[in-house]
Design a protein around this ligand. Structure first.
Ligand SMILES: [Zn+2]
Ligand SMILES: [Zn+2]
Length: 254
């Protein structure tokens, strides 16, 4: 299956506003990161997880010309800012786009984008709202997935597994049901916002990811949602053998 990292950056992108690179070497193109998002194809259907502020440019840069469903992990700006853009996307694609979110996340979406839910949106008929279970299996566009939620700040964030691919973002702790669902996955793409610099900020770091990997035993771990403290070369030098950093436009197969 084809997987494309559309964006590998944390909430503030890399560099941050005012061209602030923090710990990043500005000369390395892999230190330029849009907000975290991933595109993948499964059973002929096209999916994206999260649509942050750079959704349109990410999709255009990666040559993606259709979308069947969006999975929304949680209601933070860096994951939802472009959801209104999807109504135009569905018009251009000439079919509806399913938008999947948990009950908690849908509450956040209704607060931010009420106009998409109340019929005022001119092109809003193209978005079909779907409810994710908090944990367990579900079918999107006829494709079977498993999901669970991880704690993140005061919210919870939905994570996903499809066969040998799993995507987990914005997490500070891994519940037992998450380990059960992830166990044996071959490709684990997982948030490592803080990299080598642990901090209590609702996110994870390399040591947290290593603990999960020790239980799940994936063949390949790709770290994403990277902050401006995660320099590509500095962090890569410290990674275990089967770990690597994501970068914008990275193509993966499993
Ligand atoms: Zn985030
Ligand atoms: Zn978040």
């Amino acid at each position: 299956m084809r997987i494309v990292i559309l964006g590998s950056g944390s909430a503030y992108g890399c560099p941050m506003v005012f061209n602030n690179w923090r710990r990043l070497q500005p000369g390395n193109p892999r230190n330029r990161r849009d907000r975290a998002s991933v595109y993948f194809e499964a059973e002929g259907k096209k999916f994206v997880i999260d649509a942050g502020p750079e959704f349109r440019s990410e999709i255009n840069k990666c040559g993606i010309d259709d979308l069947d469903a969006l999975f929304v992990t949680h209601g933070h700006y860096d994951h939802i800012a472009s959801i209104p853009e999807l109504s135009r996307a569905s018009t251009l694609a000439e079919h509806p786009i399913e938008v999947w979110s948990s009950e908690e996340t849908e509450r956040e979406l209704r607060t931010c984008f009420g106009f998409l839910f109340n019929g005022e949106e001119q092109e809003g008929c193209g978005l079909h709202w779907r409810r994710l279970p908090d944990v367990g299996g579900f079918e999107a566009c006829g494709v079977h997935f498993r999901t669970f939620r991880v704690p993140h700040h005061r919210l919870h964030c939905s994570a996903f597994r499809y066969k040998d691919f799993a995507y987990v973002t914005d997490w500070e702790d891994m519940p037992a049901e998450g380990i059960d669902i992830l166990r044996g996955v071959k490709l684990l793409v997982i948030e490592c916002n803080n990299g080598l610099y642990p901090e209590k900020n609702g996110h994870s770091d390399l040591e947290n990811v290593k603990k999960v990997a020790a239980e799940v035993k994936p063949e390949r771990v790709v770290l994403t949602h990277l902050s401006a403290r995660v320099d590509y070369d500095e962090t890569t030098a410290a990674l275990p053998e089967n770990f690597e950093l994501a970068y914008d436009g990275m193509e993966l197969t499993v």
